[in-house]
Design a protein around this ligand. Structure first.
Ligand code: SAH
Length: 228
C-alpha cells in the first residue's frame, strides 16, 4: 500500500475527527478544560494579528491561508477588508461559510475556497497563515513559507509551535498537544531556521508575539520584505 502523504493525512483529519474537535474549540459551545485553554490561547493569537492589521484600509487585500472556520477572516471582512481565504478541508470551509452567512448575511467577502495553500495563486498585500505549520515537518514548512512569501507584497504573518528545550521536555512526558497527537503529529519548529530561511528570501521579522498557556503554544511573526 502506498503510504499517505502528510498532507493527505492532515486533509482526512480536518474533514473528520479533527473537524469536529476544532469546530468546537474555535466556537462558543461548552468544551473541556484542555480545549478551553487551547481556545483562549488561539483567541489571543487571532486578537494580536487583528491588532497588527488595524491599519489596513479597504483598498488592501488579505489572503488567509489555512483559514479554518474563518476566525481571522470573518472579523477582517467585518471591517471591510477584502479577504481571500482557503483551506484544504471542505468541512472547515463549509463551516466558515455557514458562519459567514450567519454573521454577514452574504457569501461575498471573504471569498472562501477549498484549496491547499501550495495551490494559492496571485498577489495580496498581506498573507496570513496561522496555526498551520504545526502539521508539517520542517522541509514542508519551509516550502510553504517560500510559497506564501511569493504571494505577499507587504507582509507575511504566520505562527508556529516553537521548538524549545522546555517544550521538548513536556512533549516527552506527554503533557503537550493532547488531541493532535491522537491523530496527526504535531511538529515544532526552530524559530531561527524559519527566520533564516525567510531572510534568504529577502524578508525580515518586524513584530513578534509569543503566546503560551498550558496546552497552547504559538509564536507569531510578522515579516516584511527587507528595505520596506
Ligand atoms: N488558521 C485558522 C485555522 C487553524 S487550524 C485559525 O487560526 O483559526 C489548521 C487549519 O489548517 C485546518 O483548517 C486545516 O485544514 C488547514 N490546513 C492544514 N494543512 C493545510 C494546507 N496544506 N493547505 C491549506 N490548509 C491547510
Amino acid at each position: 500500500m502506498v503510504p499517505l502523504s502528510e498532507k493527505q493525512v492532515v486533509r482526512e483529519y480536518f474533514n473528520t475527527t479533527g473537524f469536529e474537535r476544532w469546530r468546537r474549540i474555535y466556537g462558543q459551545e461548552q468544551v473541556n478544560l484542555v480545549q478551553q485553554d487551547i481556545r483562549q490561547g488561539h483567541e489571543r493569537t487571532i486578537q494580536r494579528v487583528l491588532d497588527w492589521l488595524a491599519d489596513l484600509s479597504p483598498t488592501q487585500t488579505v489572503c488567509d491561508a489555512g483559514c479554518g472556520v474563518g476566525s481571522l477572516s470573518l472579523p477582517l471582512a467585518q471591517r471591510g477588508i477584502p479577504v481571500f481565504a482557503s483551506d484544504l478541508s471542505e468541512a472547515m470551509v463549509a463551516e466558515a461559510q455557514r458562519r459567514q452567512q450567519q454573521l454577514l448575511g452574504s457569501l461575498e467577502n471573504p471569498r472562501f475556497a477549498v484549496q491547499d495553500l501550495e495551490g494559492i495563486e496571485g498577489s495580496y498585500d498581506v498573507v496570513v497563515c496561522l496555526d498551520v505549520l504545526i502539521h508539517y515537518p520542517e522541509a514542508d514548512a519551509l516550502g510553504m513559507l517560500s510559497h506564501l512569501a511569493g504571494l505577499a507584497r507587504e507582509r507575511l504573518i504566520f505562527s508556529f509551535a516553537p521548538q524549545t528545550p522546555l517544550l521538548n521536555l513536556l512533549k516527552k512526558v506527554g503533557q503537550l498537544f493532547p488531541g493532535a497527537s491522537k491523530t496527526t503529529r504535531a511538529y515544532q519548529h526552530r524559530e531561527q531556521v524559519l527566520v533564516q530561511h525567510l531572510r534568504q528570501l529577502g524578508w525580515q521579522v518586524t513584530r513578534r508575539e509569543t503566546i503560551a498557556s498550558r496546552f497552547y503554544f504559538a509564536w507569531t511573526l510578522e515579516t516584511r520584505p527587507i528595505g520596506n
